[in-house]
Design a protein around this ligand. Structure first.
Ligand code: SIN
Ligand code: CO
Length: 382
């Protein structure tokens, strides 16, 4: 695992993760080489990238969505605007590599990396996010102002598109230089303002499923496994005084029926693994990227293997079965394959030797072929 400088992972998890902000001075080296404004502007012109421009002019906030054209950038004012591009780690190898410094948090909790470029005075305004974020300053300088934890009750500015806090109370200020990192837990209010015309910030984002989604999605998954014959039963019905009453006994029966159905370890594991590995931006999977023959030949010839950055992988190791999840699909593997699940889930770059032993086993061979065919694993240059 790649580790950040001046950073104690265990201490961070104990004292800061989801709890308190942390400033890491010079956590990364040579960050200026990661990405330039020109590269980012180029990505913001591509229709498959999600990008936006936020500006502040004459005391008004403005938002425009991409894709943009070169002339959009040449018409911008000299200050107070920022360009933001989502999921840059999916297309930029240097930004994908940056994620490796944050893999002390498991795959299923990691989201993607948004990159912003701002000119002097630029920023997205005072706000709070529902997720943890590491703000990595890669070029230029940015001042971050931090305020208290907020929630839905904090008043927002009246704006049709932007969720900006009306009363932002700055309690701490930090100026970040290239290589500095600021960790902000969910719902802490913050406001980043560029100090110069070359301010680039990478937001390493995380995800945590909303309780409402967990309940709705898990219930939907369970519902698919139930038949219309499985119904509420009341064979021991007692005579009741008033036909209008729904008795407390019925509510108790319902509760135990729901709890018994929901409390299913296998269903919960397989639903959760599939749900959390659904890809946000999936490749076109109709086209076969690597054939079985190509895969075998290249592995035997020693070609290294790479994991596609948008592919989401996770596993749950069981006593007899290991469930391996890849972009919302579940592979049930017997205990012989735990090491393969750990290999695929734990790395993003592999040597050919990592896989050659697995080519001999039919189940692992099938799994690897499926991943190569969809481009979830690939060889350099294709
Ligand atoms: C930015 O990079 O300007 C925005 C990041 C954030 O505040 O979450
Ligand atoms: Co934010």
């Amino acid at each position: 695992m790649v580790s950040l400088n001046n950073f104690d992972t265990e201490k961070f998890l104990r004292n800061n993760w989801q709890k308190r902000p942390l400033l890491i001075r010079q956590g990364l080296d040579n960050t200026e080489a990661f990405i330039s404004f020109d590269e980012l502007a180029g990505l913001a012109c591509e229709p498959e990238m999600e990008s936006r421009l936020v500006s502040y002019q004459q005391q008004q906030w403005y938002l425009r969505h991409g894709p943009f054209s070169k002339s959009d950038f040449s018409q911008l004012p000299n200050s107070h605007w920022t360009l933001l591009v989502q999921a840059v780690d999916h297309v930029s190898p240097a930004i994908f590599e940056l994620m490796d410094s944050f893999r002390f948090i498991p795959n299923w909790r990691l989201d993607d990396i948004m990159v912003s470029y701002a000119c002097k005075g630029g920023g997205v305004g005072p706000h709070f996010d529902n997720y943890d974020v590491f703000l990595v300053q890669t070029s230029g300088q940015r001042e971050w102002q931090l305020g208290p934890r907020c929630d839905e009750s904090n008043p927002l500015l009246d704006h049709p598109d932007l969720l900006l806090l009306d009363n932002f109370e700055c309690q701490q200020r930090f100026v970040l230089n290239p290589g500095d990192i600021l960790y902000i837990p969910p719902r802490y209010s913050h406001w980043g303002i560029a100090k110069d015309n070359n301010c680039i910030t990478c937001s390493v984002g995380f995800r945590a499923p909303a309780l409402a989604d967990i309940i709705v999605e898990y219930a939907e998954h369970l519902g698919q496994g139930l038949t219309s014959q499985q119904r509420f039963q009341d064979q021991r019905r007692q005579l009741q005084d008033n036909p209008g009453e729904i008795s407390h006994h019925v509510i108790d029966q319902l509760r135990s029926l729901i709890v018994k159905t929901v409390d299913d370890q296998n269903a919960l594991e397989s639903w959760f693994g599939k749900y959390m590995t659904q890809a946000k931006y999936e490749h076109d999977t109709d086209e076969i990227i690597e054939t079985e023959q190509g895969m075998t030949e290249k592995l035997l010839a020693g070609h290294p293997v790479f994991r596609d950055p948008s592919t989401r992988l996770a596993y749950i190791a069981g006593y007899e079965q290991t469930q391996f999840f890849c972009n919302g699909l579940c592979w049930q593997l017997d205990s012989r394959y735990v090491a393969l699940a750990k290999l695929l889930g734990g790395q993003t770059v592999f040597s050919a030797e990592d896989f050659t032993e697995w080519l001999g086993l039919s189940h692992s061979r099938k799994l690897l072929i499926a991943m190569f065919e969809k481009g979830q694993l690939y060889f350099n240059g294709g």
